[in-house]
Design a protein around this ligand. Sequence first.
Ligand code: NAP
Length: 282
Amino acid sequence: MSLTDTYTLSNDTKIPALGYGTWQVTNPEEAIQGVVDAVNEGYRHIDTAQMYKNEEYIGQGIKKCGVPRNELFVTSKLNNTNHGYDKARQTILESLEKLDLDYLDLFLIHWPVVKDTDLDWQQDNIDTWRALEDLYDEGKLKAIGVSNFAVPHLKNIVENCRIKPMVNQIRLHPGVLQKDTVEMSHNENMIVEAWSPLSPLKHMKEDAKVQTMCTEYGKSIAQILLRWSLQHGYVTLTKSVHEERIKENADIFDFELSTEDMKYLDGLEFEDLDKPDDFEKR
Ligand SMILES: NC(=O)c1ccc[n+]([C@@H]2O[C@H](COP(=O)([O-])OP(=O)(O)OC[C@H]3O[C@@H](n4cnc5c(N)ncnc54)[C@H](OP(=O)(O)O)[C@@H]3O)[C@@H](O)[C@H]2O)c1
């Protein structure tokens, strides 16, 4: 496996297995330089969102990086404030303008439930999804999917919509396994993307077994976590605004965690790790 290896989505679109994340990167210079550094390092997959308020800068990074558009895979996501057919359609077109792109490789509904509203989430997701389906048909979105959708949300789309989501992007790392959601996503032919794979980093520093793994494999805890995610078959998204870490996080294709080490990491639990939000609270 290598940095440019891809999975194939249910509509035959290729998606690179490792993606460069851009959450919390709001400083324009950092956002632009981050994309340039990541692409120079060999990443070909960039993940942004309307909510991150950086699409404009990510677009500038894409222009500056020197790699042709058709060699990059760019994802954005719908803000919670932009649900509903008309608003979704309008703001997806605005995302394209901000990114200065003719199409997105993947577009996701960011969250299934909009916090603090009395919307019927089922109907709301169906209406919103229809906007993604139409823009997919028009070629503006090369693939469409969802994010943070648990089993009831996935069922609602699968049972009531014309096109099945091709991706479900959820929080996944040791301590947060979301087994039911992963299983249903796979059963419905979705590729699962893992966000915040490095969240347990600081909790694992004192773990003697993890320290032994670092020595044996000659890798950092961050690299062990990213490799764990890849070996589960997840498209793995990771973010850094530091060139040396961008490089370190991509240097995970020359080793393989043993079955025993994978099992150990699967079994880790962290008491004070914040868990994925219950959808009722969104
Ligand atoms: N769909 C969703 O709801 C959702 C939610 C969260 C994230 N995401 C996506 O998933 C991407 C990845 O998640 P994430 O941003 O939480 O990323 P992450 O890769 O899990 O963690 C990033 C954090 O770890 C630090 N870091 C990065 N590499 C490191 C290394 N080698 N050693 C030590 N620390 C390191 C970064 O700091 P520095 O930048 O200072 O290096 C940053 O604070 C996001 O950027 C976003 O695109 C999606």
